[in-house]
Ligand binder design. Structure first.
Ligand SMILES: Cc1cc2nc3c(=O)[nH]c(=O)nc-3n(C[C@H](O)[C@H](O)[C@H](O)COP(=O)(O)OP(=O)(O)OC[C@H]3O[C@@H](n4cnc5c(N)ncnc54)[C@H](O)[C@@H]3O)c2cc1C
Length: 472
């Protein structure tokens, strides 16, 4: 990784060969490969360290340390990926936030209090996933966060909450974070599992596909995790429904229904999680065509087998293009990079295809498990389209009921946004956008379509006014 980056920021008239946004597995793999082929590539990420969500701050973790034991072998694997990237000639901007991007390619990125206008021939969006918002009554109380946010504290700061911790929701990441927190010394008071047993039967048709390639490895690791959870001593309640977080000024308990009975557990901190969905706002801002993925119950950018989107010069790789997991994200990153090289005239199509063959095989292997996971951990309708007075837009305190009432009158997401201000707060619709789109589509009696979601405008993330003024 070059020092030239710090000395000569790629600004002004210089047009980079490629900008890669996101230093997770997809972005690291894409930028490393592009740099190896002599491309002038900039990788930027809002995090202070490379690694993305799964390998966050992996360079700070010494093999054999207690921290390494807590975070596990899958985490430590990221050190190689980061090492190859560090050894490459790619320019790296940590703590840099992409807040605007336009076809062309023009990008505005904020770094250390200054916004930098950047231009490039190609843009690879490797911006990953966000956790699916879990709008249940009480989710806006202090003391409620997502399981992923707890994991970020653990990975980046070694922090563990010193209060009774309740995990609620479903999916492998929820289980993993509960185990990691427990290993790090947290008092895990309960795990409330909302996974539906009926999904097991529904997932069976996806099982044969998961029994080949990398599938059995994932299945084995999943089983080990379930066994570890069973032996961990964490009280587990299964088939949980109707979650509700209780408290006046802060979360103090979680109420839930199980087997027809209503129960409560005391909590100092509640960690919610119902899987992850592509972070779609950068692609929407660029005007990429979006499709609804019914298997993953989420929007994703429409893209070809290389990750090329409907907008010329824009590729998507990794979870930003549909949830694929860390290993598949890495291969998608390289495939996107190979196609960027083809578009730049650095590779013939035949050469690209030859170099891509191994990546494609490995990608297919790692995707074998996906259908099974999607079916097993499909979130309930009530999570995606909450009822009644549950707050949907937490920035502007707009309820699901208010959104539903306008959707029933035939209003679309942008009209509802204008009327209620939902989606206009600091998160710019990242959290409420998916649910509003689903409510709008349900009112129209059909599956969601790309335009059912808000139109996304800059800034993608908050930028101080002073910084904007200096930019002008
Ligand atoms: C909170 C969270 C925790 C997770 N933990 C695990 C785990 O422990 N184990 C596991 O197997 N899977 C985990 N996952 C799933 C995991 O993210 C993926 O499987 C894998 O990391 C996807 O790789 P990626 O390169 O596509 O994206 P990511 O690894 O998510 O990397 C995307 C990067 O883009 C950056 N970014 C996003 N938007 C911007 C922007 N506007 N400007 C600048 N940078 C931006 C982010 O900071 C991030 O570093 C987690 C997911 C989430 C959301």
């Amino acid at each position: 990784m070059t020092e030239k980056s710090a000395a000569t920021p790629p600004e002004g008239n210089r047009i980079l060969d490629a900008i890669v946004v996101g230093a997770g597995p997809a972005g690291l793999a894409a930028a490393t490969l592009l740099a190896r082929h002599g491309q002038d590539v900039l990788l930027l990420d809002e995090a202070a360290e490379p690694g993305g969500q799964i390998y966050r701050a992996v360079e700070l973790t010494a093999p054999g340390s207690r921290r390494a034991a807590i975070l596990g072998a899958d985490y430590l694997r990221g050190a190689d990926l980061v090492g190859h990237f560090r050894a490459s000639s790619a320019t790296y901007w940590p703590a840099a936030v992409l807040w605007h991007a336009a076809p062309g390619i023009e990008v505005l990125a904020s770094r250390a209090g200054t916004t930098h206008p950047l231009r490039a021939a190609a843009l690879v969006l490797a911006t990953g996933a966000i956790e699916r918002p879990v709008p249940v009554p009480g989710w806006t109380l202090p003391g409620v966060m997502t399981a992923g946010a707890l994991q970020i504290l653990l990975k980046s700061g070694g922090l563990v909450a010193d209060v009774p911790l309740v995990f609620a929701g479903s999916g492998p990441l929820l289980h993993l974070v509960a185990l990691q927190c427990r290993a790090a010394g947290a008092r895990v008071a309960a795990l409330l599992d909302t996974a539906r047993p009926g999904h097991l039967v529904g997932a069976l048709p996806a099982l044969p596909r998961a029994l080949a390639g990398a599938g059995p490895g994932y299945l084995a690791r999943g089983l080990v995790q379930i066994l570890r959870l069973g032996r961990s001593g964490i009280p587990i309640h299964r088939r949980v429904e109707a979650l509700e977080i209780l408290g006046e000024d802060a979360a103090r308990a979680v109420r839930f229904r199980v087997g027809g009975a209503t129960r409560e557990v005391a909590a100092g901190l509640v960690a919610l999680h119902e899987g992850v969905i592509p972070g779609q706002n950068p692609a929407r801002l660029l005007g990429c065509a979006m499709v609804w993925d019914e298997g993953q119950v989420a929007f994703r950018p429409q893209a070809d087998a290389w990750g090329a989107t409907s907008v010329a010069g824009v590729w998507v790789a990794g979870d930003a293009g549909g949830i694929v997991g860390a290993r598949a994200a890495e291969h998608q990153g390289r495939l996107a990079a190979l196609d960027v090289l083809r578009a730049a005239g650095r590779l013939e199509a035949a050469g690209r295809d030859r170099l891509a063959a191994g990546e494609r095989r490995a990608l297919a292997d790692h995707l074998r498990i996906r259908g099974l996971l999607d079916r097993l951990y499909r979130p309930a309708d009530a999570v995606r389209r909450p009822a009644g007075d549950t707050v949907l837009c937490r920035c502007e305190a707009v309820t699901a009921g208010a959104v539903r009432a306008l959707a029933a009158e035939g209003l679309g997401a942008n009209q509802i946004k204008a009327a209620l201000r939902c989606g206009m707060g600091p998160c710019q619709g990242r959290l409420c956008g998916p649910a509003v789109a689903e409510i709008v589509a349900a009112a129209r009696g059909r599956a969601p379509e790309g335009p059912d979601h808000y139109t996304i405008r800059p800034p993608l993330k908050p930028v101080p006014l002073g910084e904007l003024a200096r930019l002008a």
